[in-house]
Design a protein around this ligand. Structure first.
Ligand code: F6P
Length: 358
């Protein structure tokens, strides 16, 4: 059985992209006699503009522990896929043409939400597509876990741990801003793991007076420092009540570089406490994948190779109850897995005294 397999990494990177591609490649090279893997450079752009490399087994050696992606990545918003490029190129047509020209048997897409929407579009256009669930946000619908999440969680938790000691020494309020514009899984987990006192998520709009009161209560108990884990998409009740247009205007007029600074200024105004803000930012997507991700990526990659061999396409590989399986792309595309404010983990966090500022 001769196979031509295209592969690309799309959207924001994470630590475990290489480990996942290695899983796919090793499983294919081990189990298929005649396989050619074509790596498209910089995500869907490579597929659009025929920018690719014919890979060899050695390309996938020694990359298990390497963060980033050996193929490069780029953000190609789904809504722009049907809009021609600056030279009038029809992007979807171009991607199909590259696929056909290279006589691919399938295309493997490592990506998050937007990327899987495009994967679904290409699948509906008749291409054989398999998706692999990447994102530090862990917000892909249908899978318990995405690769990249645990590694980013280690970085974010480490940032909170480091802040803890200096916050205690100086009796200050510290805010650590964690990645996640729309979804708060990373902040929630890093906040609990790092022992944060207050956790603010996009899914649970906060009342700044409740946040200030939680800090005052700690002071009354003789706890002179407080740690807040704040998602970059945290939102006040006030802002949440605005229309989309009004919110956009408010954000444009804001004098703060990000929400954590605004919350910091509000806390100082309301409590008189000194506040410091730390933003680990893209560090959360960098460095080596953690052991959990290396195992998950190897499993997801191996499973994807099995699907290619069985000619099962049009699906996203997912992990459910620690079993690797797959779901139709059409079922998962465009759906976000958000934090349910009533879910188990939130209730348990509240039980141990964590405030969500609501
Ligand atoms: O989706 C992953 C993510 O890291 C988000 O958590 C974050 O909001 C966003 O990407 C940052 O995107 P960029 O790298 O384009 O600044």
């Amino acid at each position: 059985m001769a196979l031509n397999v295209g592969i690309l990494t799309s959207g924001g990177d994470c630590q475990s992209l290489n480990a996942t591609m290695r899983g796919v490649a090793k499983a294919l090279y081990t189990n298929v006699k005649d396989v050619k893997i074509i790596g498209f450079l910089d995500g869907y752009k490579g597929l659009m503009y025929e920018n690719y490399r014919v890979m060899s087994p050695s390309d996938f050696s020694g990359i298990l522990t390497e963060g980033g992606t050996i193929l490069g990545s780029s953000r190609q918003p789904f809504k722009m896929m049907t809009v021609p490029d600056e030279n009038g190129l029809d992007k979807v047509k171009a991607m199909k043409s590259t696929y056909n020209k290279l006589k691919l048997d399938c295309l493997v897409v490592l990506g998050g939400n937007g990327s899987q929407k495009t994967a679904n579009l290409l699948s509906q256009e008749g291409l054989n597509v398999i998706g692999l669930p990447k994102t530090i946000d862990n917000d892909l619908w249908g899978t318990d876990i995405t690769f990249g999440f645990e590694s980013a969680l280690n970085v974010a938790t480490n940032a909170i741990d480091c802040i803890h000691t200096t916050a205690a020494s100086h009796s200050r309020v510290f805010i650590v801003e964690v990645m996640g514009h729309k979804v708060g899984w990373l902040t929630l987990h890093a906040g609990i793991a790092g022992g944060a006192d207050i956790i603010l998520l996009p899914e649970i709009p906060y009342d700044i007076n409740v946040v200030a009161e939680a800090i005052r209560q700690r002071e009354k108990q003789g706890k002179l420092f407080s740690i807040l884990a704040v998602a970059e998409g945290a939102i006040s009740k006030e802002t949440a009540a605005l229309s989309k247009k009004e919110r956009k205007k408010k954000a444009e007029q804001s004098v703060y570089p990000s929400i954590a600074y605004e919350i910091g200024a509000d806390i100082t105004r309301l409590t008189g406490q000194e506040v410091r803000v730390t933003v680990p930012g893209h560090m959360q997507r960098g460095g080596s994948p953690c052991p959990y991700d290396r195992v998950l990526s190897s499993r997801l990659g191996a499973y994807a190779a099995g699907m290619i061999m069985r000619k099962e396409f049009g699906a996203l590989v997912v992990s459910q109850n620690d079993v690797i399986t797959h779901l139709p792309l059409s079922e998962i595309a465009g759906k976000l897995k958000v934090v349910d404010p009533e879910c188990d983990i939130i209730q348990q966090a509240r039980m141990i005294g964590i405030s969500f500022g609501d």
